[in-house]
Ligand binder design. Structure first.
Ligand code: 16G
Ligand code: MG
Length: 545
């Protein structure tokens, strides 16, 4: 390592004194103007990680659904997964080292992680459409270059596309070609073959309105459009030509406000969906004939997908195990439906994609979705091989089912939840099953629920267990929640410190919206009183938005 060069170049990306940031649930995330040094240093760290794993590492510059002024960065590990936890710690140490200590901290990491500095390094970089992203990704490249790593800058990409590129490059192209064209070809081929199996194809030309959050999803869906235009017409709204990124639009807005995004004109019963700012989340929705808004979130997406997969497995007579992975935010009705009606085992993990992804890897077929619309389906290598073999061996209807499963494997981004890939899977399933959006929605009724935020002096005083469903500290808080929950029917509530904002999140559900609101408020007050609330005590929910 040329420490002199590192010191010299680092000074061009100097860290503001005293600034402390944490590699959180989805990497570093804060106001864009505070991130230049972090980007440079993540370029350095990506080189070390690449040398250590002898693989290509990804660096994505994005702040997803957060406001346009924010930005962020996360590293992508060799098989497209989130960065390993021990390296998250290295990332935090390196980002927070004061300027003069940084080269030493970098050396320490390379010693601790037993990095062979002679090894070659290769880093791929992607960024979203934020105004700050281009310059910040250049800072990443500066970091990579000063450690003599090689790199490929993909420029504008969705987050899942970067995961895909990393995965392709580390599996010698077996998974697919590591280009945008390769991505579009792989997904569109699987989509076309799958939808061809529908009896009623051609009856009605499918069209879908997509709110792209004024982000990268619009550009990348445009690139995909002509590959799939025979089967599906997509109408892009909030495509970034006018509005601000994530402002009053996008999957996060629609999910948390439970209303349509700005700029979306909806006719009754028309199928619409929203991506988030880096296109790794998707939610669907529609207006009924009375003008009521219906949200179809990640839970219902998981239900649609797992019931389809179960039917195909039944058809081919193969007993591969399916598991559905959710978080505490999954609506109670979805969990009940999956377990009791569909008889699929359901598991709950902590919030954050890496936890769900990890759990889903335990099954032949692991379906994971957060309620917020981030998710995918993972197929074990053994399951994939078996299905491909059956698609050759079986006859007639069984063979058709096996072939469809084969297409589904190709259509799901195995490296990360991907709004474009999920959208294509959902559209294919709806076509194949001849389901309207209302019929899909009617699988089960969501329990009314409410999410609130509480400001406290230090959110880390709250610790949880049981996949965040139970509070351990501060003492008395869980007992207080238990007492409150008992007062309502079909009720459930939990609290957890946010991994991305300086607040505590409260979730409650109950038999009616009034009761969910009232329970959420009561729990917020308990948090405020027992966990060091600051400012005004939480007010009753009238209309929190
Ligand atoms: C991040 C996570 C998302 C999680 C959310 C929770 C990734 C890629 N994204 O956006 O999965 O739902 O954080 O935020 O892991 P919170 O901790 O503020 O509730
Ligand atoms: Mg996102």
């Amino acid at each position: 390592m040329d420490l002199d060069a590192i010191t010299k170049y680092s000074a061009l990306h100097a860290k503001p004194n005293g600034l402390v940031l944490q590699y959180g649930t989805a990497g570093f995330r804060t106001k864009a103007e505070h991130l230049d040094h972090v980007m440079f240093r993540m370029g350095l760290l990506a080189v070390l990680r690449s040398k250590q794993t002898k693989s290509t590492i990804g660096v994505m510059v994005t702040a997803s659904h957060n406001p346009e002024e924010d930005n962020g960065v996360k590293l992508v590990d060799p098989l497209g997964e989130m960065l390993a936890p021990s390296w998250e710690e290295h990332a935090t140490c390196l980002a927070n080292a004061e300027e003069q200590d940084m080269p030493r901290v970098l050396m320490d990491i390379s010693v601790k992680a037993a990095v062979n500095l002679q090894q070659d390094a290769f880093v791929v970089i992607g960024r979203d459409t934020r105004p700050s992203s281009e310059k910040l990704s250049q800072s990443v490249i500066d970091g990579v270059t000063v450690l003599e790593g090689q790199f490929h800058d993909y420029g504008l990409l969705t987050t899942p596309q970067l995961h895909y590129m990393v995965y392709c490059r580390n599996t010698s192209g077996q998974y697919g070609k590591a280009t945008i064209e390769g991505y579009c070809q792989k997904l569109s081929k699987a989509f076309t073959e799958l939808t061809k199996q529908a009896f009623c194809s051609g009856d009605e030309y499918r069209s879908l309105k997509v709110d792209c959050a004024n982000g990268i999803g619009a550009l990348k869906l445009r690139e995909m459009e002509h590959y799939i235009s025979q089967e599906l017409s997509v109408q892009l709204l909030n495509d970034g030509t006018k509005g601000k990124l994530n402002h009053l639009c996008g999957a996060d807005f629609v999910k948390s406000h439970q209303k349509p995004p700005q700029g979306m004109e909806m006719k009754p019963n028309e199928r619409c969906c929203s991506f988030d700012g880096d296109a790794d989340r998707i939610v669907y929705y529609y207006l009924d004939v009375d003008g009521h808004f219906h949200l179809i979130d990640g839970d219902k997406i998981a239900t649609l997908i797992s019931s389809f997969l179960k039917e195909l497995l039944l058809e081919i007579g193969e007993s591969l195990n399916i598991g559905v992975v959710q978080t505490a935010y999954a609506n109670g009705s979805s969990t009940r439906y999956l377990e009791e009606v569909m008889k699929v085992p359901v598991y709950c993990t902590k919030t954050g994609v890496k936890h769900l992804h990890h759990k889903a890897q335990e099954f032949d077929i692991g379906v994971y979705f957060e309620a917020n619309g981030h998710g995918t389906v993972l197929f074990s290598k053994a399951a994939e091989i078996r299905i491909k073999q059956l698609a050759k061996e079986l006859e007639d209807k069984k063979r058709k089912a096996a072939k469809m499963l084969e297409n589904v494997i190709d259509l799901f981004n195995q490296a990360a939840g991907d709004a474009i890939s999920d959208m294509l899977v959902i559209e294919a399933i709806l076509t194949l099953k001849g389901l309207t959006v209302q019929q899909w929605d009617a699988l089960y009724m969501d329990l009314p629920n409410r999410q609130l935020k509480v400001k406290v002096a230090d959110r880390q005083v709250i610790s949880t267990t049981d996949a965040e469903r139970q509070v351990v500290t501060p003492p008395g808080l869980q007992e207080a929640i238990n007492d409150l929950v008992k007062k309502y029917k079909l009720s459930r509530a939990f609290v957890r410190p946010s991994g991305t904002e300086d607040i505590v999140r409260v979730y409650a559900e109950a038999d009616s919206q009034e009761n969910a609101d009232s329970l959420a408020h009561a729990v917020s007050l308990a948090v405020f009183q027992l966990a060091g609330g600051v400012g005004e005590p939480p007010q009753p929910v009238s209309c929190p938005y």
